[in-house]
Design a protein around this ligand. Structure first.
Ligand SMILES: Cc1cc2nc3c(=O)[nH]c(=O)nc-3n(C[C@H](O)[C@H](O)[C@H](O)COP(=O)(O)O)c2cc1C
Length: 141
């Protein structure tokens, strides 16, 4: 029997515990850790809200999520979508970051990015849009 692959999308709100230097370190450590766990996805951070997609083996994703939930650098964690998948949306990205240095939020959400309002479908649309946006940027680079 093959192991179940899942995609979980959640959003959260940054707390004052997040410092700029530690954020960069956290992203680096997360990329390395996710690689090891064969977890892929994306992290959007507009300076206030986080929106993260995690894809991988169910047990691994769940155990990572329980760790992430305890992290004091964010709060009000809400699951937007959680489902079994047969194909990953982010097969190659361990934890691709899109932050407010990028125009993604302005271009896609006209500066009104509020992931707490997303339905399951809108959360998936956001993930798909972020992927397309990043791919365009990579092609232009
Ligand atoms: C918004 C947010 C997203 C995170 N995403 C990940 C992630 O994808 N992978 C990861 O290993 N840690 C992630 N972390 C960090 C974890 O909460 C935790 O600090 C990290 O896994 C280190 O745990 P350890 O000290 O047990 O090694 C995230 C933290 C925050 C605040």
């Amino acid at each position: 029997m093959s192991l179940e692959t899942v995609r979980v999308i959640y959003c959260s709100t940054v707390t004052s515990e997040l410092k700029k230097e530690s954020f960069i370190d956290m992203v680096r450590a997360s990329v390395a850790n996710n690689k090891q766990l064969d977890i892929t996805g994306i992290l959007l951070f507009d300076g206030h809200y986080f929106f993260q997609v995690l894809e991988g083996e169910k047990e691994k994703v769940q155990s990572l999520l329980s760790k992430i939930r305890l992290d004091v650098r964010h709060k009000a964690i809400e699951t937007l979508s959680s489902r079994a998948i047969s194909t990953r949306l982010f097969p190659k990205w361990s934890m691709e970051l899109i932050n407010s240095d990028n125009d993604f939020f302005r271009e896609t959400y006209a500066g009104n990015f509020n992931p707490y309002e997303f339905s399951d479908t809108q959360a998936l649309d956001c993930a798909t849009n972020a992927k397309a946006w990043r791919m365009r940027r990579l092609q232009q680079a």
